[in-house]
Write a protein of this length. Structure first.
Length: 645
């Protein structure tokens, strides 16, 4: 709108203009009736007139808006009173200067006031050299637009994340307007919904059922998958108006499982029977492992200690054979326990080479064995990694099994290689599991870590193995990726962070060694041979060790003596290690954080539940001296407030 700055005003004596001046009166009434704010300035940038709307939109300076006030003064007061930001004021000055220099501009300025309101300001030049400012409140409009935008975003997010198969198509020709990702996965990327039906008759029946009421619920039809195979499904649909035309919004549910329910009931009964047998076997294995781990601890521990003491080559040779045989027995027990466990990650320093050997030993002693040869080529002097040995064993078992099965099924290749390097700068160990088999087709590489995705035959794969591997490695703050080329084998690259904790032998400074020499430890175990082994290992490192063969004796000692560490067996006569810990936590709470467990039973549900709920450090039998020393050191560091459990 352009107004002339010479518009007649009231007379100097306050009387209105003559009756003949009806046009100015009418114009003033129109200006006052405008919903927008309007202010007219003369060629010297002084206010000539503004309407009530302009005053209402600028309440902080409304008292200043009198004829004759300058534009610059208005802007200055807007800044002083906090009505407008300095950036907005600079922009308004720039717009006014453009007009003053004769440059034409019709740009609009959208601003946010201090009260959060959104306004739009426009400045235009008048024919006589002045300018007019119009101002309108856009708050409601912008809020409505933002609400609409947020609603659209929310709807799009819901549809994109919705597990239901949603398809929008024209009712006349079946042209698809929208499909959700779930619908794309189930039905493919066809452009016409008619192709979702296996037969024209079923499509015609669907339309016939839909038209009368504009809705269909759970109509059973035969659908078509992207690969052309058919499957039973249930379709529900509604007819809606979308941009002036009738559109069908439908959802398709795959009924394959329900149709085959009766067939699978017998299989499920068999699975329940097998699960009961496995549960009984698991309990038996837990008991056997507990009984084996105690004598194995004595054999392994004393053999390792004797190797440290003697220099006789013949004695060392015999000790080496004893150690290797005992450690092999220990690895077999640990591999079966690792296969049977399901537990959250318990990160601790661990030896990567030992973990690899446990995984390979488990596969070689399994029912199917390994058909391909496995070569291990690890870098020397690798530092410990921070991980959960049980879960990483399962990851390696999955990767090696997949490679072995791919080689066997394709008849291509015969070798699996496990190698490693140490990236010192990044503090990461890179482990590579490679094979010379058929490789992974490029068409599925982006999906191999997706849950439930598998290329194996029905009954041969669940589609959770690689997804499990990805979850475990990610939970270890590591990465896993695939390197593969068709016909050139596959390589899975695992990057895992090294442990920030050094072994006890490496981390003890001279001052710390002096502190250890004064450290008192209580060992609680009903197996005297195992207790003697633990005591001897710790005493060699300078600890003062007391021994209790029963919980009652241990409680009596703990009430008389403040121990820096208490290492207890879990399964003992009477109330056992669990009852012992509960009494310590109740009667001697200051010692509860100093209790750790050395046990051969970590697989039974009761032991597993207690260890998880107590959240105390533990060491599995059979015992290696280095592992026991590391456990003691970690517990001492945690007690000082600077270590981990």
């Amino acid at each position: 709108m352009i107004l002339r700055s010479d518009m007649p005003a009231d007379r100097a004596d306050g009387t209105p203009p003559r009756q003949g001046d009806s046009s100015p009166d009418m114009l003033r009434e129109v200006i006052e009736a405008m919903s927008e704010g309007l202010a007219l300035f003369d060629e010297e940038a002084r206010l000539v007139r503004c309407n009530a709307g302009y005053r209402e939109l600028n309440p902080l300076i409304a008292d200043l808006l009198e004829p004759g006030i300058g534009w610059e003064l208005i802007l200055r007061e807007c800044g002083l009173r906090g009505a407008l930001s300095s950036e907005t004021l600079d922009r308004l000055r720039w717009m006014e200067n453009r007009l003053a220099t004769g440059a034409d501009t019709s740009a609009l300025l959208e601003i946010e006031l201090s009260n959060g309101a959104m306004h739009e300001i426009a400045m235009r030049q008048t024919p006589v050299g002045g300018f007019v400012v119009t101002q309108s409140d856009l708050t409601d409009k912008r809020q409505y637009e933002e609400h609409e935008r947020q609603a659209d975003i929310l709807l799009r997010k819901v549809l994109e994340a919705c597990p239901a198969n949603v398809v929008m198509s024209r009712i006349g020709d079946g042209h698809i307007i929208y499909r959700s990702p779930a619908a794309t996965e189930l039905l493919g990327t066809t452009h016409n919904s008619q192709e979702h039906f296996a037969s024209r008759e079923e499509r015609a029946d669907f339309v016939t059922a839909l038209l009368p009421d504009g809705r269909v619920d759970d109509m059973l039809v035969t659908g078509v998958r992207p690969n052309g195979s058919t499957f039973p499904c249930a379709v529900s649909a509604r007819v809606i108006d979308y941009r002036g035309e009738e559109v069908v919004v439908s959802s398709t549910v795959d009924m394959s499982r329900e149709v085959e329910m009766q067939k699978k009931l017998a299989e499920q009964r068999e699975q329940i029977f097998q699960a009961e047998k496995m549960s009984a076997l698991g309990e038996l294995l837990a008991g056997v492992a507990h009984e084996l781990n105690n004598p194995l601890s004595v054999v392994v521990g004393h053999a390792l200690m004797m190797r440290e003491e003697t220099a006789d080559p013949e004695v060392l040779r015999r000790l080496e054979k004893i150690s290797e045989a005992a450690e092999r027995c220990a690895r077999i027990v640990k591999s079966f326990l690792a296969m049977a466990r399901q537990q959250p990650a318990r990160l601790a320093p661990m030896d990567l080479e030992e973990t690899i050997e446990i995984a390979i030993e488990a596969l070689r002693n399994g029912a199917s064995g390994l058909k391909a040869s496995v070569e291990i080529d690890l870098a020397r002097n690798l530092p410990s990694i921070q991980g959960d040995a049980d879960q990483l064993v399962q990851v390696l078992i999955n990767l090696i099994t997949n490679a072995d099965q791919a080689i066997a099924a394709s008849g291509t290749g015969d070798r699996i290689t496990i190698s490693s390097t140490f990236d010192k700068a990044a503090g990461m160990i890179e482990l590579r599991v490679s094979d010379n088999g058929p490789g992974v087709p490029s068409s599925i590489r982006s999906r191999i870590f997706d849950p439930l995705f598998t290329t194996k035959e029905v009954g041969q794969g669940t589609g959770i193995g690689l997804a499990f591997c990805h979850r475990v490695i990610t939970s270890h703050n590591g990465q896993i990726r695939l390197e593969s080329a068709p016909g050139k084998g596959a390589t899975f690259v695992l990057r895992l962070p090294v442990s920030s904790l050094q072994t006890a032998a490496d981390s003890l400074s001279q001052s710390e060694a002096g502190a250890v020499s004064a450290t008192r430890v209580l060992v609680v175990d009903d197996e005297a041979d195992v207790a003697d082994l633990i005591r001897e290992i710790l005493q060699r490192d300078g600890y003062r060790v007391d021994y209790a063969q029963s919980v009652e004796t241990a409680l009596s000692l703990a009430r008389k003596q403040a121990y820096a560490l208490i290492l207890s067996d879990l399964n003992m006569p009477g109330i056992g290690g669990r009852g012992f810990y509960e009494i310590i936590a109740r009667d001697l709470p200051e010692m509860a954080d100093r209790v750790g467990f050395v046990t051969g039973d970590t697989m039974s549900p009761s032991a597993r539940g207690f260890l998880d709920s107590a959240d105390r450090p533990y060491l599995e039998k059979p015992i290696a001296p280095s592992e026991l020393r590391a456990l003691a050191q970690r517990m001492l560091e945690h007690a000082r407030g600077g270590g981990h459990k």
